[in-house]
Ligand binder design. Structure first.
Ligand code: AMP
Ligand code: ZN
Length: 310
């Protein structure tokens, strides 16, 4: 089988696009999809300073690599959650990528360690607060990503969510008709309220399989294991269901999420409503100053509970 764009032998087949590419043309295809995402969703410009949240996984490390290759100012933030060997290994991958690829291009890596700053890892914090680990982890990530972007003066915060992540999340929200969450499922969330950083997902057009192939082809060493806390999560079930549909009819995932975005954009253009944080009334948290719909934000409430436990 030959590459669609050049005479070389094809290395990957993309049934949803009905195309095969060699390694070089596939790399170019991924870059063009990211460039299209950035432009069409007005994510950022070459003048902006971007903070990429890197987990050590394929998506976020590849995103950092791609943004640097495309010539953007992209630094990164790693949140050390203190999840045993999983966090040790993922930190190792992030450090290695920083030292070998990003630092030589002038990019900085910021690290926030929960054990040092919050006094314990996410599992221990969750136990102290009698809350599920994954929701505690979600609160920690949202809080620290936003806070780091604002305090370190970045224009925008980027995460490595891919098409599989977004389609699975959309399926979960649709199954429960959580329309308030549907409104926020856009690849660009503007910083329309003081205290909220602009947030973007430049990989939303690319599948998990495409991102894994990109990382392997471009020799990006990443942590292959899923987070041990995610075992049995609903998101993994939704991803599996979507993959089965995708095998039966290629392109299902893409049309499910991208057509949702088209429909949403049309509705917003006609109603003039803005997809952002400002649908809720937000005020600064009395403890930390971050925006919240309550007097004290969820993070500060959680930390107060954890401290009371010690
Ligand atoms: P997940 O919620 O684990 O699917 O991760 C989604 C995105 O969040 C990743 O692509 C990263 O951009 C970011 N992320 C997840 N875990 C971390 C972490 N420990 N440190 C920094 N960023 C992370
Ligand atoms: Zn707070």
């Amino acid at each position: 089988m030959r590459c669609k764009k050049c005479p070389q032998r094809a290395a990957i087949k993309l049934p949803q696009h009905n195309i095969s590419f060699c390694k070089d043309c596939f790399t170019e295809f991924v870059h063009s999809q990211v460039a299209k995402a950035i432009k069409s969703q007005k994510m950022f410009t070459p003048e902006d300073h971007i903070l990429v949240a890197v987990s050590g996984g394929k998506d976020s490390l590849a995103l950092w690599a791609i943004l640097l290759k495309l010539g953007y100012h992209a630094d990164a933030l790693y949140l050390d959650l203190g999840i045993g060997n999983y966090s040790v290994q993922s930190r190792h991958k992030v450090d290695h990528f920083h030292e070998t690829v990003a630092q030589p291009q002038g990019a900085t890596l910021h690290i926030h360690t929960l054990a040092e700053n919050e006094g314990a890892g996410v599992k221990e914090l969750a136990t102290m607060m009698h809350r599920p680990t994954c929701s505690t982890c979600g609160t920690m990530k949202r809080y620290h990503f936003n806070r780091a972007a604002l305090e370190k003066d970045y224009d925008v915060m980027a995460t490595g969510h891919n098409l599989d992540d977004e389609a699975a999340r959309l399926l979960g929200n649709v199954l429960r008709w959580q329309t308030e969450f549907l409104d926020k499922q856009t690849p660009t969330l503007p910083a329309s309220v003081d205290g909220f950083a602009k947030k973007v997902k430049p990989l939303y057009r690319l599948t998990e399989r495409e991102m894994a192939a990109y990382a392997v082809i471009n020799k990006i060493s990443y942590i292959v294991d899923e987070c041990p806390m995610a075992k049995g999560s609903k998101m993994l079930v939704y991803k599996d269901v979507l993959n089965r549909l995708e095998t039966e009819s290629p392109g299902t995932k893409q049309s499910f999420y991208l057509k949702f975005l088209d429909k949403q954009a049309k509705e917003q253009a006609s109603t003039g409503s803005i997809t952002s944080h400002d649908q809720q009334r937000l005020t600064p948290c009395q403890t930390c100053g971050q925006p919240t719909s309550m007097e004290v934000c969820t993070y500060c409430k959680m930390m107060a509970k954890a401290k009371a436990h010690v």
